[in-house]
Design a protein around this ligand. Sequence first.
Ligand code: ADP
Ligand code: MG
Length: 156
Amino acid sequence: AMRHLPYFCRGEVVKGFGRGSKELGIPTANFSEQVVESFPSDISTGIYYGWACVGNGDVHKMVLSIGWNPFYRNTKKSVETHIIHTFKEDFYGEILSIVIVGYIRPEKNFDSLEALISAIQEDIEEAKRQLDLPEHLKLKEDNFFHLAEGKIVNNH
Ligand code: ADP
Ligand code: MG
């Protein structure tokens, strides 16, 4: 699962399948099918942690799921990022930049909504701990996250 990491990726945030992530308090920003297709085809499904930034905004911790997309009858993957930050507004259509840093666990089925939510909360705690390690913290400062900023300045 770690072979492709760290993995840098940038793309537009699109409407997802509407599985009610937001209602659970864990909204997930979905990448377009095109961005998902650009991922290594052999990347493992499951839960990952890393860093994320919306537009030219601050870099935040995130958890990410790579899973099978029910919209395409589970023939295509979906890549969804939950940013560990409270945003004032939705950011559909904005550019999300992420670096996937590490793997937490494979996809699982849960017996109840409570079990699902508590697993996700554990994933978030694990992500926070891992990302505080010096070797992972340094990726937060990676030039990748300042590239978009530079582009806009140069286009003026
Ligand atoms: P969808 O099915 O359209 O992906 P979600 O319930 O998963 O709907 O909500 C995702 C949307 O919520 C994102 O596209 C983004 O605009 C917004 N959002 C607000 N806060 C966050 C956050 N902390 N992490 C991810 N997305 C967020
Ligand atoms: Mg979503």
